[in-house]
Design a protein. Structure first.
Length: 687
C-alpha cells in the first residue's frame, strides 16, 4: 500500500497530461485534432477516471489507519532560506481528492452530450482537464506557497472557462469581472502569506500556527497584528468562495457552459476557498477576532445569497446564488469552530449542487429544442413548467437535489446543515438565527425553482411570454442578456446536421441523452446517502476528519436528545414552512406571488437587483477607474508619447540637415572649418 503514496503525485499530473496533449495538438494540428472529438473526450475521461481510482485507493488507505504521508524536495535555497515543493496525503487531502475527481469525472461524461455540437468541443475538454489538475494540485500542496501557485492556476482556468464563448460580449465581460474581483482577494492573500512568513519564517501550516501563537503569547507580536495577517489571508477565500463583499463575480460566471458552472460551484474554484480556510485552521483557530470575522462574513453571505435567489428567473443564476448561500454556511461553521461540520457540508454540497447544475443544463438542453438557442428564453423559468412530463429523469434527480439542499431528512444536506446550525447555536444564538432563517428562505426559493420548472403546464410555446421577454431583452441592448447555454454557432451546425426543415424548433422539449442523464443518476446516490456517514448517532466523518489533529476514541455517537430534537426539529420546521409557501404560490396557485411582489415593490426590486451591489461597485470603483484610466491615457499620449515622438522628430530633422554637410570632400570640410574660425574671430572682435 505504501507504493500508492509514492505515486500519489500522478493524481494531478494525469489530467494535466491530458490537457497538455490536447492543447499541443490544437496548436500544432488544430483541424485534425478538432475532428478527433470522441478520441479526445475518451482520453480525458479515462485519465480523470484513473485519477479518481487512485483517489479512492488513498481514501481507503487513510480509513484503514495509514499515517499521513508527506514527500517534499528542496526547490530553491539561499543561505538559511529554503523553499520546498512536494505533496501531502492526509485525511483532509484524501477526502478532497475523492470529491474533486468524482465530480470532475461525471461532469466530463456529461460534457460529451451537452457540448456535442459545439465547435470548441475539444478545447473545452482541454480546459476542463487543466482546471481539474489545478484544483488537485492545490489539494495535495504541503505548504502555503505551493497552494498559492495552484490557487492562481485555478483562477486562470476559471477565466478561460467562464469566457469560453469569448465572441459573446456577456461572456467576455463576465470572465474579466471574475478575474478582477479575484485579483482583489488574491492580492490580500499574497500580502498575508508574506506577512506570515515575515513573522514566522515558514510556509508550513502547522509551523506557522505554533510560531504565531508563541509570538503572541510572548508579546513579540500583538494579537491585533496577528489577526490582521490572518484576515489578509482570509481575503483569498472571500473572493474564491464568493463571500460578501467579493461575491459579485459568481452569478456572472453563469455565462460559461453549464458543465463548467457545475464544476466551479461544486468541487473546484469555490471549494478552494473553504479548503484553504481548513488548511489554515492552525493559524485561524487561535485568533478569536479572526474567527469572529470569518463567522459573520459567512452568515451575512448566506443571508444575502438566499434573499437574492428568491426573485431570480434565470434557473442558473438562481442556483448560483444558492451556491453563494451554502458557501456562507460552510464559512460560518469554520468561524464558530465547527471545523468538521463545515467540511462535512462541503462534501455533501459538492454532490447535490453538481447534480442540480447538471440538471439545469439538461433542462436548458431540452428547452432549446423549443425556443431556440437564445439564453434569455432557454433559461427563463417563466417559459418552463410541466417539464416532468417530458424529462422524468431530470425532474426526479432535480427533486432529490432540491430536498437535499433544503435540509429534509434523510437526504445528505440535512445532516450537514443541522450540524452547522447546532454548533453555531452554542457559540452565538444571533448567528444561528440568521442561519435558521436562511434555511427557510432556501427551501422556499428551491421549491419555487422546482415547481416553476417541472410542475404545472408547459409555457414554452406561449408567444405572449416570449414576446414580453424579447421586449425586455431589447431594452437591455448593449448589456449582458444572461448566461449562455450553447454556443450561438451551434444553431447553424445543428441545422446543417439535421436539415432543419421544420422551422428550427420542435413543439415539445425532450429528455437529454444518456451521457447527460447517467451522471445525474450517479450523483443522486451520494446526494441521498452520503450524509449518513455524519449522523449524530454514529459520526464517522467527524472521527475521520479530526483523527490527524486530535485523538478520538472510536466513533462519536453520544447524542443529547434534548438538544438534537429541538435543533433538528426547528431546522426541518422552517424548511417545511418555506416549502409550504412555495407550494401555495407556485404549485397550487392559492397565493398570488405577483400581488405580494407589488405590495412590497421596494423589497422585491432590492432582491431582483441583487442588493444593488453591481450598481454600487460601478459607481464607487468602475467609473472612477475608467476616468482615471482615460486621464492616464491622455498623459501617455500627449506627454510620454509626445516626448518620444519629439525626440524622433528632432533626430529626423537634424539628420536630414546634416546629410548635406557630409559630402566626403576634404575641400568642403576645410571650407567649413575656415568659415567657423572666421565666425569666431568676428564674434570676438565685436565683443
Amino acid at each position: 500500500m505504501e507504493s500508492i503514496y509514492q505515486y500519489a503525485w500522478l493524481i494531478p499530473v494525469l489530467p494535466l497530461a491530458g490537457a497538455t496533449i490536447l492543447g499541443v495538438g490544437l496548436v500544432a494540428y488544430g483541424k485534425t485534432v478538432n475532428k478527433m472529438r470522441k478520441l479526445s473526450s475518451g482520453l480525458i475521461i479515462t485519465l480523470c477516471g484513473l485519477a479518481m481510482a487512485m483517489s479512492f485507493t488513498l481514501l481507503f488507505s487513510q480509513l484503514d489507519g495509514h499515517a499521513p504521508f508527506v514527500q517534499t524536495i528542496e526547490w530553491a535555497s539561499a543561505g538559511d532560506f529554503r523553499l520546498t515543493m512536494g505533496y501531502t496525503v492526509d485525511h483532509l487531502t484524501a477526502m478532497m481528492l475523492v470529491i474533486v475527481t468524482t465530480v470532475a469525472f461525471f461532469v466530463m461524461v456529461y460534457t460529451d452530450g451537452y457540448m456535442s455540437h459545439d465547435p470548441g468541443y475539444v478545447r473545452f475538454y482541454a480546459y476542463l482537464s487543466l482546471f481539474s489538475s489545478s484544483m488537485l494540485g492545490l489539494v495535495v500542496s504541503p505548504n502555503l506557497l505551493q497552494v498559492y501557485i495552484f490557487w492562481e492556476l485555478v483562477g486562470m482556468c476559471s477565466y478561460l472557462l467562464i469566457g469560453f464563448w469569448y465572441d459573446r460580449k456577456a461572456a467576455a465581460e463576465a470572465c474579466q469581472k471574475a478575474f478582477v474581483v479575484n485579483r482583489v482577494g488574491d492580492f490580500g492573500l499574497l500580502l498575508g502569506i508574506l506577512a506570515l512568513f515575515w513573522s514566522t519564517g515558514s510556509f508550513e501550516f502547522d509551523v506557522m500556527g505554533d510560531r504565531l501563537l508563541a509570538l503572541v503569547e510572548s508579546g513579540s507580536l500583538s494579537a491585533a497584528m496577528a489577526s490582521f495577517f490572518a484576515i489578509l489571508v482570509f481575503l483569498g477565500p472571500v473572493a474564491k468562495s464568493a463571500q460578501f463583499p467579493l461575491h459579485v463575480w459568481l452569478p456572472d460566471a453563469m455565462e460559461g457552459p453549464t458543465p463548467i458552472s457545475a464544476l466551479i460551484h461544486a468541487a473546484t474554484m469555490v471549494a478552494a476557498g473553504v479548503f484553504l480556510i481548513a488548511r489554515m485552521y492552525p493559524v485561524f483557530e487561535e485568533l478569536p477576532s479572526t474567527m469572529t470575522v470569518i463567522a459573520w462574513t459567512g452568515a451575512v453571505t448566506a443571508f444575502i445569497g438566499a434573499t437574492t435567489a428568491i426573485t431570480q428567473n434565470d434557473i442558473k443564476k438562481g442556483l448560483a446564488y444558492s451556491t453563494m448561500s451554502q458557501l456562507g454556511y460552510m464559512v460560518m461553521a469554520m468561524g464558530v469552530g465547527a471545523y468538521g461540520a463545515g467540511l462535512f457540508h462541503l462534501m455533501t454540497h459538492a454532490y447535490f449542487k453538481a447534480m442540480l447544475f447538471l440538471g439545469s443544463g439538461s433542462v436548458i438542453h431540452g428547452m432549446e429544442a423549443v425556443v431556440g438557442h437564445d439564453p434569455a428564453l432557454a433559461q427563463d423559468m417563466r417559459l418552463m413548467g410541466g417539464l416532468r412530463k417530458y424529462m422524468p429523469i431530470t425532474a426526479f434527480t432535480f427533486l432529490i437535489g432540491t430536498l437535499a439542499i433544503c435540509g429534509i431528512p434523510p437526504f445528505a444536506g440535512f445532516w450537514s446543515k443541522d450540524e452547522i446550525l447546532g454548533a453555531t447555536f452554542e457559540v452565538s444564538p444571533v448567528l444561528w438565527g440568521i442561519g435558521w432563517l436562511t434555511a427557510g428562505i432556501t427551501a422556499f426559493y428551491m421549491f419555487r425553482m422546482y415547481f416553476s420548472t417541472f410542475e404545472g403546464e408547459f409555457r414554452g410555446n406561449d408567444t405572449s411570454i416570449q414576446r414580453e421577454l424579447k421586449v425586455a431583452q431589447l431594452q437591455k441592448l448593449g448589456m449582458s442578456l444572461g448566461p449562455g447555454a450553447m454556443n450561438p454557432q451551434e444553431l447553424a451546425l445543428d441545422s446543417e446536421a439535421h436539415g432543419d426543415d421544420h422551422g428550427h424548433h420542435s413543439h415539445e422539449p425532450h429528455e437529454s441523452p444518456w451521457t447527460m442523464t447517467f451522471p445525474l443518476l450517479a450523483l443522486a446516490v451520494p446526494s441521498m446517502l452520503i450524509g449518513l456517514v455524519g449522523t449524530p448517532f454514529a459520526n464517522y466523518f467527524e472521527a475521520f476528519i479530526h483523527a490527524p489533529s486530535e485523538v478520538i476514541e472510536g466513533v462519536p455517537s453520544e447524542i443529547d436528545w434534548a438538544e438534537f430534537i429541538p435543533m433538528a426539529g426547528s431546522s426541518v420546521g422552517i424548511a417545511l414552512i418555506g416549502i409550504t409557501l412555495g407550494s401555495l404560490m407556485y404549485l397550487l396557485r392559492k397565493v398570488d406571488a405577483g400581488a405580494i411582489a407589488n405590495q412590497i415593490k421596494p423589497l422585491y426590486n432590492f432582491s431582483l437587483n441583487k442588493w444593488y451591489f453591481d450598481e454600487i461597485y460601478d459607481t464607487l470603483f468602475v467609473k472612477p477607474s475608467r476616468r482615471l484610466a482615460r486621464q492616464v491615457l491622455e498623459v501617455d499620449i500627449r506627454i510620454v508619447d509626445g516626448v518620444v515622438n519629439l525626440t524622433g522628430f528632432i533626430t529626423l530633422v537634424t539628420g536630414e540637415a546634416l546629410k548635406y554637410l557630409e559630402s566626403g570632400r576634404v575641400q568642403f570640410y576645410a571650407l567649413i572649418v575656415f568659415g567657423a574660425v572666421l565666425g569666431l574671430v568676428l564674434v570676438s572682435s565685436v565683443t
